[in-house]
Design a protein around this ligand. Structure first.
Ligand code: SF4
Ligand code: SF4
Length: 253
């Protein structure tokens, strides 16, 4: 027992100071793309051809990226010798509208606005979510698990995942919605008491991600459920998720 206590004291505080302090992300972290259309002079279309999910569209000088399809891989940046696309360290990738994920040069991302006042009043200081894995690769789930560890500790904000949809304020969905998961997802949604929210976590849930267009998937949840928050990424970093959830709750501007 004494050893346990001593180890605990030796470890000290491991929980991040986010959101009071901005996080320091590792050098290899790939976040919000930066578009430099002025550097794209020959219109080679190399970035468009390199993109595995057809997330980039446009022509010379008019590039745009659909962050809902983007895997942050970063084949486009590597394909462009002129440096017209860079991947920054900006982890803030959560928005309220699907259309807001269309990234265009010079236009900042419209980060998530809070839920309505009445809904936030009903939620109080706690947000209980039922997570549904609807056919993804489990990468998103690994990051969601991290939300509960001592580093990110989403519980300190009252954010928790619950086993039963009856105990939940909403759903958090990962995966592109495989044919087998379509009905279970809808059944789980119906089981959540009103009012309820829906969060699309990761490229798969937003657009189908790398599975988009496959006959056995639904290309995300957009046409199945009313989505309140879209968290881009493949998978979204825990800070991306925390940032989005806190913005949704009106606890981060
Ligand atoms: S980083 Fe995104 S936009 Fe660029 S190639 Fe990869 S998936 Fe496509
Ligand atoms: S968005 Fe990426 S990490 Fe998440 S389930 Fe789909 S493929 Fe996996």
């Amino acid at each position: 027992m004494l050893n346990t206590l001593l180890t605990r004291v030796r470890h000290g505080r491991r929980t991040t100071s986010f959101p009071a302090q901005e996080p320091t992300l590792p050098e290899r972290f790939r976040g919000l793309p930066l578009l430099h259309p002025e550097r794209c002079t020959d219109g080679c279309q190399g970035c468009i051809e390199a993109c595995p999910t057809a997330a980039i569209r446009g022509e010379a000088g008019r590039l745009a990226i659909d962050l809902g399809r983007c895997l942050f891989c970063p084949a486009c940046a590597q394909a462009c010798a002129a440096g017209a696309i860079e991947l920054s360290h900006d982890y803030r990738l959560a928005v309220r509208d699907r259309a807001a994920l269309q990234l265009t040069p010079g236009a900042p991302l419209a980060l998530a606005e809070p839920l309505g006042k009445e809904l936030r009043r009903l939620l109080g200081r706690a947000l209980k979510l039922r997570q549904v894995s609807a056919g993804g690769c489990n990468g998103c789930e690994v990051e969601l698990n991290a939300l509960g560890n001592t580093i990110f500790d989403a519980g300190r904000f009252g954010i928790q995942f619950v086993a039963s949809p009856r105990h939940a304020d909403g759903l958090l969905v990962t995966g592109p919605v495989s044919a087998a998961m379509r009905e279970p997802l809808l059944t789980t949604y119906r089981a959540v008491p009103r009012p309820k929210i829906v969060i699309a976590c990761g490229a798969c849930a937003i657009s189908g991600g790398p599975f988009a267009g496959h006959p056995e998937v639904n290309d995300g949840i957009g046409d199945l459920l009313p989505v309140d928050l879209f968290c881009a990424g493949c998978p979204p970093h825990p800070f991306t998720l925390l940032d989005g959830l806190l913005r949704l709750l009106g606890r981060r501007a």
